[in-house]
Design a protein around this ligand. Structure first.
Ligand SMILES: [Mg+2]
Length: 273
């Protein structure tokens, strides 16, 4: 008799749960109790985009993830419909939080190192969208909707007024305090040396071992990966140990002589191979 009652109660509970399940379909979570364990089920239903309506932010978010994961490569401009999305991202809190997640992890790693202390431990910093932010420029050029224009960008860079990316500058200062030296390695042309030096100092980057800019004759027609790999190799040949390397482009951290650990900052505005 007791068994029969238990069976009836169990059956009723199952029916009730099934009813609840159908009622809750489309809501954020559904709790299912099985053998005393509670499982949260997340239906594969988007909170926005009801009724199959196209929501640009959703595909732009997927696009950004694919870009950051280096699944989408060699792109020339951001998708037209993502201009607002990318603009809101880079001007908003998420970009800063994403940057912070990277730089804090980099600092944790740096703190874990057993440094030799002979002044040869270096950290390679990229400049654009890593040490300095060109958002004032890109805000005037559609956040990457317009194809990259080297002449126009160089004119902006030559003013030497780009603000620092605050998270990178904090990392920079923390690394110096640990006794790690910093080398700036940038795809900017050698012709921008004076304005870049001034800009770095004005932005709070006062102490560094070297500033390496791209020699247009030596690297004419070469990719960023080739140029940066070659310059990092030269550093190692001089006896430096690259303990870390940070940049916003995959070409900053791919190739050879990349350093013991690499860190990729977000950049959904442009791609450099
Ligand atoms: Mg960069």
């Amino acid at each position: 008799m007791v068994r029969l009652v238990s069976l009836i109660i169990f059956s009723l509970a199952t029916i009730l749960l099934a009813t609840k399940s159908s009622l809750c379909h489309g809501k954020t979570t559904l709790n299912l109790v099985d053998h005393g364990i509670t499982f949260s089920i997340f239906p594969l239903r988007l909170k926005s985009g009801l009724g199959g309506h196209y929501i640009p932010e959703i595909s732009c978010s997927s696009w950004r993830l694919a870009v950051e994961a280096h699944n989408i490569i060699d792109w020339k401009t951001i998708p037209q419909e993502c201009e607002g999305y990318v603009g809101n991202y880079v001007l908003g809190k998420q970009y800063r939080e994403d940057s912070k997640a990277v730089t804090e992890e980099a600092y944790k790693y740096a703190q874990s190192l057993n440094l030799v202390g002979d002044g040869k431990d270096i950290w390679v910093f990229d400049i654009d969208e890593t040490s300095l932010s060109n958002l004032p420029y890109y805000a005037q050029h559609g956040f990457g909707v317009e194809p990259f224009n080297e002449t126009s960008f160089s004119e902006w860079a030559d003013h030497g007024i780009a603000p620092p990316l605050p998270e990178s500058r904090t990392l920079y200062k923390n690394l110096l305090n640990l006794g790690i030296k910093v080398v700036f390695l940038t795809g900017r042309s050698e012709s921008l040396r004076d304005s870049t030096l001034k800009n770095l100092k004005d932005a709070g980057y006062n102490t560094f071992e070297a500033l390496i800019l791209r020699n247009s004759t030596e690297y004419n027609g070469k990719t960023g990966v080739t140029y940066k790999s070659s310059e990092r190799k030269k550093l190692e040949e001089k006896g430096y140990r690259i303990v870390g390397n940070i940049g916003d482009q995959w070409s900053d951290i791919l190739g050879t002589n990349t350093g013991n650990r690499t860190f990729k900052l977000p950049d959904p505005m442009y791609y450099i191979s």
